[in-house]
Design a protein around this ligand. Structure first.
Ligand code: SF4
Length: 412
């Protein structure tokens, strides 16, 4: 199980997931506040609900390690597991003073699953601490529970006879830091179905994808790249070629076929990722964009690089619909926030302080006791040694003290 590791700030402009990239394409400021310097906060209900379904699908399609048998042959057992998962996760509800309804679960049942672990990691909390959900209305957990019952009933009906047909299912396949010409790609593929003739990538969604996204959206392009990477490293049993990609719409219990991406589309993604990398390198670290990319960046992005700040995508509109950084965005608009470069440097400094032993960061030379003792010591040095040596010289490396020669006198 993966634990939270602090991001290496130097890599922040290289590391990309499909979701992060789509967020940055929609609004760079949102990406900065939600992904680069996120503040912990409650999870959106539909996000929790969607991840819970991923978890149930994974359990249903995972056979027992030694017997090879699949669980939940009976629908009632499957729905019973769903009941336990959902109410275990959201049962402990409370209303905050500001009116938000939150749920936290001290018996969080998700800890054993990588996806849930990464979800907790995103909140910058140790995995054994409760995760909070910001419910929109009191009855919402019950409404979502009933919808889950319907979805899982259909899923069971569709998959219960097929799961023993010889297909090898790789579930929740994680790729971390996939090296793509200097970029690092991250993500989790919901399912890779492998047969001797080929492999198929399946991504779970609670909706249909519009055709342009289905045909060339970046998430499946990331997955296609990841499949080739995993196959080249012998991580795919039998190493068959990738034959296709599908979206499984679990609300409708139906599949949508997506075309494999062309080299041109993959090249286009690479260019866009490098532009984003150059932009965030410039804004956060003051690095000049490489000459081949500078001419491809719009003038407002070049201005952001100059100022070390990120301009949100105004006017606000559809791209703001699920934005969790509205408060920061509004404060930025009113001139009440530091620049992105300053905020990033400050966050980085704070994170570093948490990581190193406190002795290294306390300015010991400023402490009154230390100052007083140093003065006393300097005085002592002046008195004892035949020549005056400054304290700086004394403590500086590779400075040797003058030797005091003591002549022995014969006592007559
Ligand atoms: S509210 Fe809209 S403009 Fe502001 S950061 Fe969020 S997505 Fe960008």
């Amino acid at each position: 199980m993966q634990r939270h590791r602090p991001r290496n700030p130097r890599n922040v402009s290289k590391m990309w997931s499909a979701t992060g990239f789509d967020t940055a394409v929609a609004c760079d400021a949102r990406y900065f506040w939600e992904v680069i310097i996120p503040e912990p906060g409650p999870e959106p209900p539909l996000g929790v609900w969607g991840i819970s379904h991923h978890y149930m699908f994974q359990r249903f399609l995972t056979s027992h390690r030694s017997t090879g048998r699949y669980p939940f042959e009976q629908l009632k057992d499957f729905l019973g597991a769903w009941r336990g998962l959902w109410w275990g996760a959201v049962g402990d509800m409370r209303t905050m003073p500001d009116g938000r309804i939150l749920a936290s679960n001290p018996r969080n049942p998700f800890n054993s699953l990588e996806k849930f672990d990464s979800w907790i990691n995103r909140q910058r909390k140790p995995p054994n601490q409760p995760v909070e959900v910001a419910w929109e209305y009191l009855a919402q957990p019950g409404v979502l529970f009933e919808q889950g019952n319907e979805i899982l009933t259909k899923f069971h009906e569709r998959h219960v006879r097929r799961r023993g047909d010889g297909t090898i299912n790789l579930l929740e396949v994680r790729f971390n830091g996939l090296d793509w010409h200097g970029l690092k790609l991250n993500g989790v593929i919901d399912r890779i179905a492998i047969q001797p003739s080929g492999a198929w990538i399946v991504d779970y969604k609670d909706r249909w994808l519009d055709y342009p996204v289905l045909a060339s959206g970046t998430q499946l392009t990331f997955y296609q790249l990841a499949y080739h990477y995993l196959r080249a490293r012998g991580k795919i049993p039998g190493q068959p070629p990738l034959r296709g990609m599908f979206i499984y719409n679990y609300r409708r219990n139906a599949f949508q076929a997506a075309p494999l991406r062309t080299p041109r589309e993959i090249g286009h993604l690479y260019l866009k990722l490098r532009q984003k990398q150059a932009y965030f390198d410039g804004v956060l670290f003051g690095r000049r964009p490489p000459t081949d990319l500078a001419s491809t960046l719009p003038s407002e992005k070049l201005r952001d690089i100059e100022t070390g700040d990120i301009t949100p995508l105004f006017p606000r509109g559809n791209h703001c619909r699920y934005c969790r950084a509205f408060r920061q965005c509004r404060e930025w608009e009113l001139g009440q926030r530091p620049t992105a470069r300053q905020a990033f440097a400050e966050r980085h400094r704070l994170e570093k302080v948490k990581l190193v032993p406190s002795q290294l960061v306390i300015p010991v030379t400023q402490e009154p006791q230390v100052v007083a003792r140093a003065a006393e010591y300097e005085q002592l040095v002046r008195l004892v040694l035949p020549v005056q040596i400054s304290l700086e010289e004394l403590i500086a490396p590779r400075v040797s003290l003058p030797r005091i020669r003591v002549r022995k006198r014969r006592v007559s």
